[in-house]
Design a protein around this ligand. Structure first.
Ligand code: FE
Ligand code: FE
Ligand code: ZN
Length: 290
């Protein structure tokens, strides 16, 4: 068994400690969870005892950082004022709640500019982050690399770098709390060829964003070829990354989990699976790491 930090997306319905126990039951040493219901409304209050129990479980079992996920409906650059308003309140509330689980990651989709243009979208995202990030917050905020479906912002490393640099310019004290979560399905779909040139893609990330900004990986296969701009996740080894038929076979997944820049980061599976399927993929990824 490698020392990979790997896990999957888990349901919050039983609370925090329950997620930790579920993670253990499938061989996971990290996990992701939605911070709130995507349809809005108030997030459930956090029980401090429940969080303390999870933190103790994580310590005892050598867990890596958790990668919380904002609701995917949260769009900081919508053209609708009420959508932006919901997004701002949700992200501000999430930042406060995350401080109850200090030192972990909060991942979000930058947004979709819905025709206002990427520059306008980026500006709205920057404005909100500058307004709502907390001075001295212990959570690192991760922008997710996006597939470039529709008007998604974050389809290129340049767009992510611009958001991070603009926030860091206006609020330098937040710079150390900003980073990126690399989604392998999304970067493939965005046109970065990680099947044939993972090192080249990571070099480009380093030049544009800085490799030290990379904090987490969503490890997914893709139902679509490089550059398709689709965002449809596939099980590990069944798609255009890891299958022998369409992709580069298991060597691709081995390269990802063994890469010197990636291997110590938390790997989160967002593949179409039930728990048993996740357990099998976790075992597979551990067996692949060199
Ligand atoms: Fe995501
Ligand atoms: Fe993802
Ligand atoms: Zn996706």
């Amino acid at each position: 068994m490698g020392d990979l930090y790997v896990g999957c997306h888990l349901s919050t319905s039983g609370g925090f400690e329950a997620m930790g126990k579920t993670a253990l039951s499938i061989g996971a040493t990290t996990f992701a969870f939605f911070t709130r219901n995507p349809r809005g409304g108030k997030a459930r209050p956090i029980d401090p005892d429940d969080v303390a129990a999870l933190r103790s479980l994580m310590g005892t079992n050598g867990f890596g950082k958790l990668v919380a996920h904002a609701p995917y409906t949260m769009n900081l650059c919508s053209a609708k004022a009420e959508t932006v308003d919901f997004a701002r309140r949700a992200i501000a509330d999430d930042f406060e709640r995350m401080e109850m689980l200090p030192g972990n990651y909060y991942n979000f989709h930058p947004g979709a500019h819905v025709g206002q243009g990427p520059d306008a979208g980026i500006q709205m995202i920057v404005d909100t982050l500058c307004q709502v990030m907390l001075e001295g917050q212990q959570t690192t905020v991760l922008l997710e690399t996006m597939a470039g479906k529709g008007t998604e912002v974050g389809r290129s490393f340049e767009e992510l770098a611009l958001i991070i640099e603009s926030v860091a310019d206006k609020r330098p004290e937040l710079s150390a709390k900003l980073g990126v979560c690399l989604d392998t399905c999304h970067v493939n779909d965005a046109g970065y060829d990680i099947v044939h040139d993972l090192d080249g893609v990571l070099d480009e990330f380093d030049r544009v964003v800085g490799i030290d900004r990379l904090y987490a990986v969503h490890i997914n296969d893709s139902k679509n070829p490089c550059g398709a701009h689709k965002d449809r996740h596939e099980c590990i080894g069944k798609g255009y990354l890891g299958s022998d038929e369409f992709g580069g076979g298991m060597q691709v997944m081995q390269n990802i989990v063994s890469n010197g820049h990636l291997r110590s980061l938390p790997f989160i599976l967002e593949t179409p699976n039930e728990l048993a399927g996740y357990a099998a993929e976790i075992k597979l990824l551990r067996s692949l790491q060199q």
